[in-house]
Write a protein that binds this ligand. Structure first.
Ligand SMILES: Nc1ncnc2c1ncn2[C@@H]1O[C@H](COP(=O)(O)OP(=O)(O)OP(=O)(O)O)[C@@H](O)[C@H]1O
Ligand SMILES: [Mg+2]
Ligand SMILES: [Mg+2]
Length: 473
């Protein structure tokens, strides 16, 4: 099946990633862990761009940018430099953002995602380093606000902006790209995606090879998908009505699920880019190979290894490697129990139950999961009982043995089965006669009766064997 792209939709993303694991900000020693701190407490004269302050580049942020570039299968520029991007906005202390211009640290990469019609290669145009401005909050909605307040804790956070080519054709593909990118970044350990504002995307959308419109600063992957779908619909509608689309920047209002025009798009000239005279050109040629040698295993490679090493299905391997913590949990469990069984419990049950509760995988103790699987395998509890235990592990935080005792999940033993089989046979003379006359199906009726007596706490195969034995077969 080939995806035809009837409306010639093109989507390109600009993704801003906060390197919040770099510990300190991009040009000073202030902390990057400001999330739980009071507004305007994690800052220095440099974050406020007070006169006389000079930037000192954080080496770690450069290392992280290179790591990201290598993970995106990109070229790393041996020599790179910084530019001032000038614009006026109250959250920008010095009136310019430090960024990169024609020599970004990363260029020409690609990421493979699952597209509408099979694998889709999304080209990465570039990725560059820049610093984050402060954070503004508006009273009321952004276009009708009566006032705004600013928190400069975020000012100076090291960012990497990753810019794709417009290779995605549907909102779903854009979302999958973001999911994949987030997963790669988490594997790289350069950012903590759970923090607010850690990853923000601007979506550029055009239809019928018309003008691109940029929707800014969308915070969640789900919102990106919705904003793009809205924008495609709005543009198609405009074209159908003969309206002219202009190149502009729009804002996505999640509550109303609409995009609204913010400003007509500024061009590069408007920003008056010029070299940052406080920062010398940066040579990183001597760092690249060292960083390459220490690159961690990334999601695609891990997925392939899981299939080869553990003999699990590709679907399970994909699900398990989408988040590094899940992959780690699976590998811990697979050391102790049959890996195929481990894959199905961790990917199908544990992951589902965690997602349902919106709980992080770190809530799970691998030893508890091993214990549940062991007990299911040796028929101490049923499959269903196992699921009940997993749920209670998450909801009640107790140990498996305690849960099994409290909820009475232990499977019934041989004595009980023997008694139940005898009773079931005595209560079902017709079924017994039918069975003896050669109607195989009649046996199911008798086994069903045994299962009823055991209230679901018997193994169906054992129950069947017991009935056969009692019938003298
Ligand atoms: N015809 C198009 N339709 C959709 N997206 C497009 C089209 N042409 C370019 N794009 C996308 O627009 C984005 C351009 O981003 P880039 O950062 O290079 O420039 P910018 O948006 O002008 O600058 P800024 O960083 O100031 O927003 C890329 O993601 C690119 O894929
Ligand atoms: Mg950009
Ligand atoms: Mg842009």
């Amino acid at each position: 099946m080939v995806y035809e792209n009837p409306d010639q939709v093109m989507i390109g993303l600009e993704v801003h990633v906060q390197l919040n694991k770099a510990n300190t900000k991009m040009f000073c020693g202030c902390t990057t862990n400001y999330t739980d701190e009071e507004a305007n407490t994690c800052l220095c004269a440099g974050c406020l761009a007070l006169p006389g302050t000079t930037p000192v580049l954080n080496e770690k942020s450069v290392e992280y940018a290179i790591k990201i570039g290598l993970a995106l299968n990109a070229e790393i520029s041996e020599e790179t430099d910084f530019y001032m991007k000038n614009y006026f906005y109250p959250d920008l202390g010095n009136g310019y953002q430090v960024t990169q211009f024609d020599k970004p640290i990363v260029k020409n990469g690609h990421v493979v995602i699952e597209g509408e019609d099979g694998e889709l290669t999304v080209r990465i145009r570039r990725a560059h380093m820049e610093d984050d401005p402060g954070k503004m909050a508006h009273f009321g909605t952004i276009e009708k606000s009566t006032g705004s307040i600013i928190d400069f804790n975020r000012s100076g956070m090291p960012l990497v902006e990753i810019v794709t080519e417009p290779d995605m054709r549907t909102a779903k593909e854009a979302r999958r790209f973001l999911d994949k990118l987030r997963s790669i970044l988490e594997y790289l350990d350069v950012f903590d995606g759970s923090r607010e504002g850690a990853l923000k995307a601007d979506a550029n959308v055009s239809v019928y090879h018309g003008t691109r419109v940029e929707v800014k600063n969308i915070s969640s992957h789900k919102a990106v998908e919705k904003a793009i779908n809205y924008e495609i619909m709005r543009q198609k509608d405009a074209v159908r009505k003969g309206k002219k689309l202009v190149q502009e920047t729009r804002h996505y209002d999640e509550a109303r699920n609409v995009t609204i025009s913010l400003r007509v798009k500024e061009t590069a000239d408007d920003y008056r880019y010029f070299p940052d005279f406080d920062l010398v050109p940066l040579y990183v040629g001597d760092k690249i190979e060292g960083i390459r040698a220490k690159m961690p295993e990334l999601p695609d490679a891990k997925r392939e290894r899981f299939v080869a090493q553990y003999g699990i299905s590709d679907a399970h391997a994909k699900s398990l490697t989408s988040e590094k913590a899940f992959a780690d949990l699976f590998e811990r469990v697979a050391q102790k129990v049959d890996p195929k069984v481990a894959a199905s419990w961790v990917a199908d049950i544990v992951k589902g139950e965690l997602n349902y509760r919106d709980m992080p995988v770190t809530t799970c103790d691998p030893d508890d999961i091993i214990c549940v699987i062991d007990m299911v395998c040796c028929k101490k509890i049923s499959d269903e009982g196992g699921v009940t235990v997993v749920r209670a592990l998450l909801d009640e935080g107790k140990k498996p043995e305690q849960i099994i005792a409290e909820k009475g999940l232990s499977m019934v033993g041989g004595d009980f089965l023997e008694k139940a089989a005898k009773e079931a046979i005595a209560e079902s003379p017709e079924a017994v006669a039918d069975y003896r006359a050669g109607t195989e199906k009649a046996l199911n009726f008798i086994v069903g009766k045994v299962m009823q007596k055991a209230k679901g706490k018997a193994d169906a195969r054992q129950a069947r064997e017991m009935v056969l034995k009692e019938l003298g077969k």
